[in-house]
Design a protein around this ligand. Structure first.
Ligand code: UT7
Length: 330
């Protein structure tokens, strides 16, 4: 018995924040942002939309496309760095409540932008051990709630959105998740973090005055480590599985910066037409980035049953992960 990615779904909020809007907010330019990041615009959730609302919309689409009843779901995991509530209830529990799925295990994971691939690895283990049958994974982010819109080093990058997938069982290896590598190195934590409002610097007027509740990033240091780590990690998963670049149908990288994607793609000599790019229109949506990109390719009719997808991601922690996944949906 193997684990299989049966369906994908996504949701992008309606409001668009483009580079010209940002020109009016911080000292930047459309030209600089596009040249350095490839981003043209990103979506921003409305005031009354929280992360769980975005996640519910993506989840409903994934459940419908999987052709299962919601009662068949026996585990819900949500990856997010912008949960509805800092401590509890988890966003997975909030989503379960809103979907009307009761009495099943539901929890969040914290792996920043690597969240979706981390969850995929957990879902694979739950399915292959026989513990669970149909798992709902949701990567959802309202990162705009964590962004300091006076900091041009971060506010140009991030956007809101959600992606979801159903992981089920299959006996057919040609529609199974092949392999997942997930890793972390906590020594780099301070290069990308939200320092405030946890137990280290509890929420206080001082914490808020010092803007410690917002994302802080040493962008250029993160950039250099991301390129090196991702390139090595992707080469490693391909070699370990004896997969050639030409065997891969779709390269679906984390959409943080077009230059990072291009560096990995050109090093691997991966064809552009097999690379899924959504960074221009969504920016970096962290844990939602890979499922949103996969959904885009799926809705364009590019992803077919049995196609081999290569996922790779990098984020705060630092965390990073790669996956080889055959699409098990239709
Ligand atoms: O998903 C989690 C992982 N996160 C990432 O992967 C993000 C990785 N980092 C990046 O994407 C890039 O480092 C950034 C896009 C954030 C920055 O690009 P960069 O090419 O690394 O620029 P830099 O930080 O080295 O800054 C170069 C110059 C500096 O000016 P000086 O010192 O050369 O005069 C910055 O102050 O660009 C300036 N700068 C800007 N200028 C216009 C920084 N941000 C901006 C901006 N607009 N928004």
């Amino acid at each position: 018995m193997y684990a299989s990615l049966k369906s994908i779904g996504a949701y992008a909020p309606e409001r668009i924040l483009n580079n010209f809007h940002l020109e009016e907010m911080v000292e930047t330019s459309d030209e600089w942002i596009e040249k350095r990041t490839g981003i043209k615009e990103r979506r921003i959730a409305s005031e009354d939309e929280s992360t769980s609302d975005l996640g519910v919309k993506a989840a409903e689409q994934a459940i419908e496309r999987a052709g299962i009843a919601k009662e068949e779901i026996d585990l819900i995991i949500c990856a997010t760095l912008s949960p509805d509530y800092l401590c509890m209830p988890s966003t997975a529990c909030v989503i379960a409540g809103k979907l009307g799925i009761h009495n099943v295990m539901a929890f969040d994971i914290s792996a920043a932008c690597s969240g979706f691939v981390y969850m995929l690895s957990m879902a694979k283990a739950f399915i292959e051990s026989g513990m669970k049958k149909n798992i709902l994974l949701i990567g959802a982010e309202k990162i705009s709630s964590l962004v300091d819109y006076t900091d041009r080093g971060t506010c140009i990058l991030f956007g809101d959105g959600a992606g979801a997938a159903i992981i089920g069982r299959t006996e057919d290896k040609n529609e199974a998740i092949v392999d997942i590598h997930a890793s972390a190195d906590g020594r780099y934590g301070e290069l990308l973090m939200t320092p405030g409002c946890g137990s280290k610097y509890p929420c206080s007027q001082e914490t808020l005055d010092n803007k410690l509740n917002f994302i802080k990033m040493q962008g250029n240091d993160v950039y250099k480590i991301a390129v090196k780590t991702l390139t090595n990690d992707v080469i490693d998963i391909l070699e370990k599985n004896n997969v050639q670049v030409s065997d891969v149908d779709h390269f679906i990288p984390h959409q943080a910066n077009l230059r990072i994607i291009e560096a990995v793609r050109t090093k691997l000599e991966f064809p552009l037409e097999k690379t899924v790019l959504t960074v221009a229109k969504y920016g970096n949506t962290s844990a939602a980035s890979i499922p949103m990109a996969m959904n885009d390719a799926y809705e364009q009719g590019r992803i077919k049953k049995g196609d081999l997808m290569l996922l790779d991601t990098f984020g705060g922690g630092f965390t990073w992960a790669s996956a080889l996944v055959r699409f098990g949906g239709h």
